[in-house]
Structures are given as structure tokens and as C-alpha cells.
Design a protein around this ligand. Sequence first.
Ligand code: GDP
Ligand code: IMO
Ligand code: MG
Length: 424
Amino acid sequence: MPVTAIVGVQWGDEGKGKIVDMLSDRMDIVARYQGGANAGHTVVIGQDKYVLHLIPSGVLRKGKTCLIGSGVVLDPEAFLTELDELTARGFDVRGSLFVSGRAHLIMPYHKLIDNASEKDTGGTKLGTTGRGIGPAYADKASRTGLRVADLFDPGYFSDRVRQAVSQKNAMFSNLSGDGGVDAEKIIESYLGYAERMRDYVGDCGSMLRKALAAGKSVLAEGAQGTMLDLDHGTYPYVTSSPASVGGVCVGLGVPPNSVTEVLGIMKAYTTRVGEGPFPTELEDADGQRLRDDGDEYGATTGRPRRCGWLDAVVGRYGVQINGIGSIALTKLDVLDGFDEIKICVGYQSGGKRYDNMPEETRLLENVTPTYETHPGWKSSTAGVDSYDDLPDGAKRYIDRIEELIMAPVSIISTGESRSATIIR
Ligand code: GDP
Ligand code: IMO
Ligand code: MG
């Protein structure tokens, strides 16, 4: 019963989309298990670029089944927009794409509350994507959420929306002084979405368990990254879902022993979007160079990503939490021009050394990274597809990363295209 889990090791945008697209070729099913349209997974095929927010990146491979599991929070408007875009670009997904009826719905008031909370000067600004993710997961946990299956019971759905709206409007008027949303308009638009979604809804958990019993292979596509995980990340500067490997079983409805392989996706340096601690952040010319050469601008919100050196404490933590068997190291080519490349091997704070991720986010905000400096290789790795063709300096950088994070690097990505990949 093989499930291969793909997890981001850092703060998201590690290049999961590219690697999922590459691996989907030899998989039967690709399934998203958590998050929502906050994700932006980029796949480049020839001259064409696709950015997927909700639909699994495997959709770009013909003949694959793509599932959106119960652990995802689904914005029907975003889903239908993405579906229309794919259809317009020649991808026919009817009969091969399904959303779990158990997935929770993102409602218009979730987006309003998300954005109003971010503007609330008395609160902690997180720099969310504004997609309503946190409020939707909060309703799920407080058992006031609405699920995809509810869309197909119009009487029940309408009553629940009216109930929710009266509560949310009170909260919304506290946050923004505004009147909030109109329940009847929401009901009308969501029941409209339901008609368009009908053919795409199914019991994804059951489909997956049957497929596994029949020996089919499943790729579980993670969104965000381990450091954004609700439990194990830099709380409260996290997303609201289990972005680490634990989310696979919860969000797909498959048993833990079905997950036979965990591949961690890790960028050869570090980026982060939004607020929160980032020990190796560079606010100098090197940081700007990483942003320019790596084209580090958010795939969902277009925000410039914060950039810094690779943090091996983060890498090791991700390997341990997720049981990562091997790493896909991405964007190696972005480091090509640097004279020197640094790796953070530990932190210092208050005269103490930290080799492992501290629990306290406040402490992490104030640590001083301890760096090792490696000479740059100063030659192009862009598009290199064979390990032997990598410059020696790049090989030494990879060897050192393996030692520090205690996991082998099995895939090296040297460009955005499918062919710019080394499989070891
Ligand atoms: P994801 O959220 O983890 O799927 O990553 P994103 O798509 O948000 O961001 C990764 C970006 O880097 C995308 O624009 C990819 O096309 C690009 N990319 C992926 N791998 C490589 C690589 O090895 N080299 C370069 N230069 N770009 C890459
Ligand atoms: P992919 O799948 C990078 C960040 C946001 C913010 C925090 C909470 O493309 O790697 P949210 O909207 O989830 O409540 O925001 O999480 N964030 C991401 N950062 N990549 C992502 O997804 C992200 N999804 C959310 O910037 O800091
Ligand atoms: Mg992304």
C-alpha cells in the first residue's frame, strides 16, 4: 500500500509543484491533504507555466486521478476558477478529479475575517495570504463549519449559513465596524457553485483506501512547509493546518502504515513569506541577489519573499519530524554566482548554543545563527541534469548538507523545467 508523501521542509515554496509534477508520471493518484488556496505550486512544462492553488499538480499528467482530501479547506469559487483555467488550457479533468465531501468550505465571511484580523492593530499581524484559511479551520475545530457534502442538502445548508452569518456578522462588526455579509446572497451563490461541482464530489478517503488495497500508488502532495505547521512550526506565525507528514493520514483518511516513503523538498537556501522568525534572513545585497536570481515573489500573492542562507537546524528538524527518507534539493542554480555561500549550523542566544529547534518562538526571533562559510563554485549549474556534471564546489555543498541534516539528497533541481533535474 504505497503512499509517497511530499512535504516542504522549510517555510513553503520549496519547489513542491515541480517535484510533484515530475514524480506524478509514475503514480496512479495524486492527492492534496491539507491547506487550501493559500498554496501556489508552480509547474513549468516547455514554454507553459501553471500555478496550482487547490488542484493537485498531478492534474497536468494525462490519465492520473487527482483527489482533494477532507483535510483541505475548499473555496468553491477558487476551485471553479482553477478548473475553468485548466479546461481553457486543454486539460479535461471530468471523471479524474474529485473533492472529498468531508472537506470544509471556505465561506466569504472567512476571507473577510482573515483580512480584518490582519488589519486589526491590536492583534498579531501574521501576513496571511488572505484566503480565509485560519477562520475556516477555526470553524472546523469549533464544529461550526460547513462541508462540501452540505452543499447538496440545500435546506440544511441554507439554515446553517443563516446561523453562521448572524454570528460572524457580530464578530465582523467588532473587527471592522462594517455590516458584514448577506446570508441569502451567499446561499444563492454557493448553491450555484454546488451545481457546477456536483460531478467532482466523492468519498476520496474510500477511493484511496480501495486504490491502495488494489496496489495502486499514491502521491500525497503537501502544501506549505514544516515550519508553517500548526503544531510544529513557528507558532503563531504558521498556517492553520498540519503541513508536516502527520497531515497525510488525517487529511486523506489513510492509515499511517500506508505511507512508505517521505520525500522532503528543501530549497538550497531559505525563503519565507509573511511575518515571523527567520534566523538566517539576509536584509542586504546577498538577500536581494537571492530574491532576484531565484525570482522569489509569491506564487499566490505576488509578495516579495524574504530570503536567507540555508538553515541546517530547520533542515534537521524537518527530517526528524517527518521521517524524511531523502531530500529533493531545489534551486541549486540560484547560488551559482555567489563568491561565498553560508550554511547555518546552530544558533546562539544568551550565551547558550542551540543545535536543535527551540520550542519558544520568541527565542527563535532573537537567536544569532552560527555560520559555516563555503566557497562558491562560480559556474553555471542551470539546467544540469547529471550529477557528474556539477562543479566540485556544488557537490561539496550537497555533501555537507547531507551530513548536517542527516538525510541523503536523492534529487537535485537546477532549473524550473522538467529536464533541469538530477536523479541520484
Ligand atoms: P511550491 O509552493 O513549493 O510548489 O513552490 P513555488 O512554485 O511557490 O515556488 C518555487 C519557484 O521556483 C517556482 O517559480 C518554480 O518554477 C521555481 N523552481 C523550482 N525548482 C527550481 C530550480 O531548481 N531552479 C530555479 N531557478 N527555479 C526553480
Ligand atoms: P505553498 O504550498 C509560503 C504563509 C503565509 C503566512 C502564513 C499564514 O505554495 O508552499 P495563511 O494564509 O495560510 O493563513 O497564512 O503562512 N503561507 C505560505 N508561505 N508558501 C505557501 O504555500 C504558503 N501558504 C501560506 O504567507 O505567513
Ligand atoms: Mg508556493
